[in-house]
Design a protein around this ligand. Sequence first.
Ligand code: HEC
Length: 159
Amino acid sequence: MKRKLLAVTLCATMIAPAIAQEEITYRQHIEPMLKKYCNECHAAPDAPTMADFKLDEEKWKKAKVGPRLDTYEHLVILVAYPSTGAIMRRLDDGTSQYANGKPGNMYKYLGKTDEERQANLAIMKAWVGEGGWNLNRMKARGDVPALTKEQFDKLELKY
Ligand code: HEC
């Protein structure tokens, strides 16, 4: 009897976090969130692809338009590669390693109140995957080392 209970408890504690993460998908959670908070400046037809954005950043910044984030594929470019960690650097609340206590400049768009911003950030982080929210780039820059293979492997990004 006791052993059975222990087994059940162990199973529940091991499975629960996995399920919590499983449930966050691009289609169900991330796409609606970006639509609501970001697409005004980050969606076609006005917004360029990330590659086009990079070709003439000054022009796009002046127009107050950012790179497209309105499909799964466009978004993943700014999470995984080649603009590794761009989403994390811009949306971080300043508490991650290498943020130096400073929130990313897109964090403010995640909600009107800090509560709303924190809730949306938590969903974003869960979608990226536990241990996958890193501000590093593929290559080292300044004091920030390059992302490791182990860190990269944590990305889940479920569609
Ligand atoms: C009012 C317009 C506006 C809104 C709303 C907005 N952004 Fe931006 N975003 C910009 C502009 C303009 C740039 C380019 C200038 C810059 O790099 O800061 C940018 C840049 C970015 C970048 C960096 C691209 C790069 O060069 O690596 C990311 C990532 C980003 N935004 C994500 C988001 C997310 C996610 C949201 C929603 C939570 C959001 N933005 C909401 C205008 C906006």
